[in-house]
Write a protein that binds this ligand. Structure first.
Ligand SMILES: Nc1ncnc2c1ncn2[C@@H]1O[C@H](COP(=O)(O)OP(=O)(O)OP(=O)(O)O)[C@@H](O)[C@H]1O
Ligand SMILES: [Mg+2]
Length: 262
């Protein structure tokens, strides 16, 4: 991944509209979404339930191709799933009948047996799962299963990693540990990351920018750049200041009063 790729490998979302139609109703899930995400950037997306975050990630992943507008990486329009994009879901979605290493190796494409072993081992180490290679998903903790899910999504060395509330089900301490892990992987692998989260602190801790979405119809309401140096200190005054801005933006959009107090 050379420097030269930086500009022309941007993810560009231009005039994206998505609607779902069923017998009795129509839902405008996304309306006129315009976003440019540069190669290597970390973008956090926050927004209330149902505002279209998962729909947006599914479209970027190529899992849903029925939309209006343009979604492309570099000069390539997204027309379906590809090894250049990995996705981590809220639940780990590991195959229960496969071990950790088999799960991680499962989606690996275009390599022989020896390379499969090497790449799998490397990714097991990357996410800190050494000694659990032969374990089955039911033998893992929630955090460990998510680590395996992250390794599986990274195994083809995607340029883009999509994370849909990957730490939502974890306890507060494991969550913070996983956020540190994902930051370390991002810095090491230089993968572009798009993280959907309900946790505003998580969005600020990780993102270069926080995209705030509003619902019905799902729109981008505001993009807040986070200029704090990393690693970020959640207890610092600067962090609190950014948190305050985002809470205010978020609740302004919700059209509800918000009283901020620490
Ligand atoms: N397959 C589908 N068919 C019909 N409507 C759908 C479908 N998938 C999503 N929707 C609708 O699109 C809207 C956006 O859904 P989406 O799952 O993207 O929201 P979300 O922001 O990810 O919510 P959450 O935070 O609860 O995960 C919702 O109103 C939902 O009901
Ligand atoms: Mg969702």
């Amino acid at each position: 991944m050379g420097e030269g790729l930086r500009q022309n490998e941007s993810l560009v979302i231009d005039g994206l509209h998505k609607r779902f139609v069923s017998q009795d109703r129509e839902v405008i899930a996304l309306q006129d979404i315009n976003l440019t995400i540069r190669q290597g950037e970390f973008i956090s997306i926050v927004g209330s339930s149902g505002c279209g975050k998962s729909t947006l990630l599914r479209i970027i992943a190529g899992l849903d191709t029925e939309y209006l507008g343009n979604v492309s990486i570099g000069s390539n329009k997204i027309l379906g799933p590809g090894v250049d994009r990995g996705i981590v879901f809220q639940e780990h979605r590991l195959f229960p009948w496969l071990t950790v290493e088999e799960n991680i190796a499962f989606g690996l494409q275009g390599v022989d047996k020896k390379a499969t072993q090497e790449i799998t081992k490397e990714h097991i180490e990357l996410v800190g799962l050494r000694t659990f290679e032969k374990a089955y998903p039911h033998q893992l903790s929630g955090g460990m299963a998510q680590r395996a899910g992250i390794a599986r999504a990274l195994v083809n060395r995607p340029k883009l990693l999509l994370l849909d509330e990957p730490f939502g089900a974890l306890d507060a301490f494991t969550k913070i540990q996983m956020q540190q892990e994902i930051l370390r992987i991002w810095q090491l692998e230089k993968t572009t990351m798009i993280l959907v989260t309900h946790d505003i602190d998580e969005a600020i801790y990780l993102g270069d920018q926080v995209v705030i979405m509003s619902s019905r119809p799902g729109k981008v309401n505001k993009i807040v750049p986070i200029d704090l140096p990393r690693p970020r200190d959640r207890t610092s005054d600067d962090f609190s200041q950014v948190r305050k801005i985002i809470y205010h933006e978020f609740f302004k959009e919700q059209d509800r009063p918000f009283v901020y107090a620490i």
